[in-house]
Every structure is written in structure tokens, then in C-alpha cells.
Design a protein around this ligand. Structure first.
Ligand SMILES: O=C(O)c1ccccc1NCC(=O)[C@H](O)[C@H](O)COP(=O)(O)O
Length: 218
């Protein structure tokens, strides 16, 4: 079943400039993601993250993306971004997700890499620890980034799976594929990064608008 245009939550991740953030907000993104991971071409330092967060306040839910953060990094993220939600995209255990959620005092979304149906076995433990799950493509062997690789996983592995409320689909979505992804998975929340870029880390306003329009069936 398709999510209706109204009930679909769209997150544009890896925004790093005021102009592309404005493009995402103007297109009607529900959530915007700020990546703090120095190895990433989408990395934003705390000063930039603070300014982008202020720009988005009141217009979209602000997500800060961290990879295996220690408590000091988490505290710095909370202070700079004041995020509506913390996204964890590393190899955090369910126990560590719970600790981060308690320390942050706000919702946490845990990303899980999916390659085959066997990867779905981790869902129940993480669903108990996090407020939401992001089902993303598993990073390829040797990849330098745990996410944001522009790769899709086989959506058919989700068929018949018992997925927790609020789960979000990501991994290699594009303006060209998002309608099919929604139809095949029944997702009601989606996340994109590479698919709305012209080069790694370079968001393309026209592709952001095209993605949101395609997802909402316009
Ligand atoms: O985007 C990054 O550079 C990144 C770095 C480290 C961890 C996660 C990262 N990105 C995650 C995302 O942008 C998305 O949540 C998801 O992986 C989808 O990305 P894409 O396949 O590029 O659309």
C-alpha cells in the first residue's frame, strides 16, 4: 500500500550549505539531516551545524547524524544542533543506543545495514532500544563510509517482515526510483542523500525538488 502524500515523511540527509538546506525546506522536506563524521564529504563542523539548525528550526525536524559517538561528541552535538532526533549510523550495540537515548533525552533513530533477509534478525533488539529504525543498504566491503553510499538493497527482503512502527527506508533512493520503492515496500518514511547530489557531498536543488515531488506523487 502506498503512503498517502500527507502521511509520508521525507528526510533529506547530508545537507551542508544554507542554499541546499533552503532548497530542501522549500521542496517540503519533513526532516533534514546534518552529518557529523569528518571522513564524510557531507561532514559539517559544529559552527556550521549550529547555523544550519537555526535556519531549519520550525520548518523541519532537525536530525544530527553521528557514528559511534562517545559521550563528549554526543554532548557537543546536542549543544550545537539542539536536534529533534539523533541518528546513529555506526556499530552501536542496542545497549549503547539505550544509553545514548537516555543521555540525549530525545528520540534516537538507529540505522541498520540490510543486505539479506538474515540481517532482519537484529531488528527486534534495536527496536526495543531506539525510537525508530532506518533500514539502509549495508555498506560495501572496504567502503570508507558506513552510509551515504548511494546503494540500494533488495527491497524484496522486507516482504512479509514484521517491521516496527516508524521504520524509515533508505539506501540508493533517487527521484527516478522512489515511487517504485514506496510501492514495493509500503514505507511511510524515506531518507535520501546521494540520489539528490551531482557529486559526493554536492546537493542539487533541482534533484531535491524532483525527489520530493516524485515521492509525493506530484
Ligand atoms: O552521508 C554520509 O556521508 C554518511 C556518513 C557516515 C554515516 C552515514 C552517512 N549517511 C547516511 C545517509 O545519508 C542516509 O541516512 C542513508 O545512508 C542513505 O544514503 P544514500 O544511499 O546516499 O541515499
Amino acid at each position: 500500500m502506498h503512503a498517502s502524500a500527507q502521511s509520508l515523511t521525507i528526510k533529506i540527509c547530508g545537507l551542508s550549505t544554507p542554499g541546499t538546506l533552503a532548497a530542501a525546506l522549500d521542496a517540503g522536506a519533513d526532516w533534514i539531516g546534518l552529518v557529523h563524521f569528518p571522513r564524510s564529504p557531507r561532514h559539517v563542523g559544529w559552527d556550521t551545524a549550529r547555523a544550519l539548525s537555526a535556519q531549519a528550526r520550525g520548518r523541519a525536524q532537525r536530525v544530527v547524524l553521528l557514528v559511534d559517538p562517545d559521550d563528549a561528541e554526543l554532548d557537543a552535538a546536542l549543544e550545537a544542533v539542539d536536534p529533534d532526533l539523533v541518528q546513529l549510523h555506526g556499530s552501536e550495540s542496542p545497549e549503547r543506543v539505550s544509553m545514548i537515548r537516555a543521555r540525549a533525552g530525545r528520540p534516537v533513530m538507529k540505522a541498520l545495514g540490510i543486505g539479506t533477509a538474515a540481517d532482519l534478525a537484529r531488528i527486534p533488539a534495536y527496536a526495543r532500544a531506539a525510537d525508530r529504525l532506518l533500514l539502509d543498504a549495508k555498506a560495501p566491503a572496504g567502503a570508507s563510509l558506513p552510509g551515504g553510499n548511494g546503494r540500494a538493497f533488495d527491497w524484496d527482503v522486507l516482504a512479509g517482515a514484521d517491521l516496527p512502527a516508524g521504520w524509515m527506508l533508505s539506501g540508493g533512493l533517487t527521484p527516478e526510483t522512489v515511487a517504485e520503492a514506496l510501492a514495493r515496500t509500503g514505507a511511510t518514511a524515506i531518507d535520501v542523500s546521494s540520489g539528490v547530489e551531482s557529486a559526493p557531498g554536492v546537493k542539487e536543488p533541482a534533484r531535491i525538488a524532483a525527489f520530493v515531488a516524485a515521492a509525493r506523487g506530484r
